[in-house]
Ligand binder design. Sequence first.
Ligand code: CO8
Length: 260
Amino acid sequence: MAYENVSVSKEEGIGIVTVNRPKALNALNAATLRELSAAFDEMAQAADVRAVVLTGGGDRAFVAGADISEMVGYAPMDAELFAALGQGVMFKIERLPKPVIAAVHGFALGGGCELAMACDIRIASDKLRIGQPEVKLGIPPGFGGTQRLARIVGPGKAKEMIFSGDMYDAAEALRIGLVDRVVPFEKLMEEAKKLARTIASRGEVAVRLSKDAINAGMDVDIESGCMLERKAFGMCFASRDRLEGMKAFLEKREPRFSGK
Ligand code: CO8
């Protein structure tokens, strides 16, 4: 697919997806959401991509939210369909059979915060301004923010953030666990790619099954979650990689994983 608002590249076993509408602070209109969906399909299918970094183009924003100029004219059914499109993209990223690291910088607001939360790991720049400002526009979050934010930071903090619509800085986002690491802006992509390369060098099947078990476990009781873990653990013993990983350890050498 030819992209206009998204760019996709690959290097050393990792994929990089960039939302590229810097003039609109990378706001997500319907066309951009459809391109993001296609870009992640491409990432899922690319055999040479084992981890993905998602970021925003330019130096001002990761994503400043859903595109307000597009939403302003929506009728209720348009709005519901737009929310469904956005939620679908978030689920696609969350369920991608490869880890996705968000390299978050500048404004990550509304749909931008929601996009970051759909990723597995969030590395932020020290200049981050993150929040869910939808209530300032008279709307609630619509791309999964009411659900994922509460799961990540707890219901009290999620309610504070969503009800106030306030923006938070990198230090506060780190303190509440909304981002996992903070680095200077100049080092953001380097750090995100470094982590992606580390993950790409590990047993691919084991990483994928771990992602599935963690994600599925978030929505079930611990007994059921541990049952999913046991099944994933057992299944992994059918992979060549687990034999290679264990043999390499015993032979005191680096493993050569095949992803099989
Ligand atoms: N949508 C459309 N355009 C935007 C957006 C946006 N979300 N954010 C910024 N822009 C545009 C501005 O209009 C401006 O364009 P232009 O130069 O043509 O006037 C350009 O980007 C630069 O922005 P500013 O001039 O405003 O830059 P400032 O530095 O003054 O301010 C801010 C930066 C604080 C980020 C400010 O732009 C802002 O408040 N943006 C809106 C943030 C926001 O409210 N985001 C949430 C949107 S709602 C949402 O995400 C809901 C998701 C679910 C929807 C599903 C329901 C249907």
